[in-house]
Design a protein. Structure first.
Length: 227
């Protein structure tokens, strides 16, 4: 089958099958757009996180690093915001007169958990769309195929001698819907699995950083409570 034959089959398909194909084409384009956008976002956040973590472990004074993050908060993300929110709560509790190390750490940990959740939601945003495309596109394509086959057999009702040549074009145009559904679903599933794995790894790095940061705050909290 050449391209012209395929194009003719698409044009000759029933309106319902054509509508299904258009829906699947839109889902495929949207899935590719989401996949590329999320891949770029994750790569950018991973690069920013590595840079910030390097600065964090090299800095001698956390308050200076906190001021730098706050000065650029509108463009900050990832680890920088987790650190800034946790350190801000730690300082606020000390200024309020809290001296118990457990209370200081618990307050900072709660605030960091909220910041972590926000970053997690940001990373996982739109991934559900890829999963939806991957799971629903084959069924939408199958619906178009079933409808096309029904339409093909109904058109044979007025034919006295049904032949393979008479029914083949209708079956072919119906099967195209399933093919397009698979074409939309397979890349979406691959992209979803790959991006989900990258998100999990990045969130694991966030969590490891938070544990290390809390250890530093805990030392400072005990030092503050012993004064």
């Amino acid at each position: 089958m050449n391209d012209s034959d395929l194009f003719e089959l698409l044009l000759d398909a029933s309106p319902v099958v054509q509508a299904v194909m258009l829906i699947l084409a839109f889902m495929s384009v949207a899935a590719w757009a989401v996949a590329f956008a999320k891949s770029y976002q994750i790569s950018k956040l991973a690069k920013q996180s590595r840079k910030f973590e390097k600065n964090f472990w090299e800095t001698q004074e956390l308050s200076v690093l906190y001021q730098q993050v706050e000065a650029n908060r509108s463009t900050a993300s990832g680890l920088a915001l987790v650190f800034a929110d946790g350190f801000k709560e730690f300082v606020r509790l000390k200024q309020q007169g809290v001296v118990d190390a457990g209370d200081l750490i618990a307050g900072s940990q709660r605030t960091m958990k909220i910041a972590f959740t926000k970053q997690s939601d940001r990373l996982e945003n739109h991934l559900a769309f890829l999963a939806t495309v991957g799971s629903s596109a084959p069924y939408i394509g199958l619906f178009g195929t079933v409808w096309g086959v029904m339409h093909a057999f109904q058109s044979l009702g007025n034919v006295q001698h049904a032949t393979l040549a008479a029914v083949a074009p209708g079956i072919s145009e119906a099967l195209i819907a399933t093919a397009i559904g698979l074409f939309a679903a397979i890349p979406a599933v691959i992209a979803y699995n790959r991006l989900s794995n990258r998100v999990d790894r990045l969130l694991s790095e966030y969590d490891n950083f938070a544990e290390g940061f809390l250890t530093i705050l805990q030392r400072q909290a005990h030092s503050h409570s012993n004064k």
